[in-house]
Design a protein. Sequence first.
Length: 82
Amino acid sequence: MLDEKTKELVAIGAAITANCQPCLNYHAAKAREQGAVNAEILAAIEVGKRVRRGAAGKMDGFVSGLVGSEPLPPAVGDCGCQ
């Protein structure tokens, strides 16, 4: 079971990934209420940014495959977040 601070830090990363500024403001404030310090909030933001970047890169490649002449590659289960 996750404690409330950890849940809010996860929500911060999700808000970044979803590009939702109101969500980020809300969850950052809630995380602070639960005792999160700026370093923890910044770490959650960085994780969200990596996930968003990986997802955007995979989507860009997917779109290129749809409009290109080459067939789409098979799914390999790699989301590109690393």
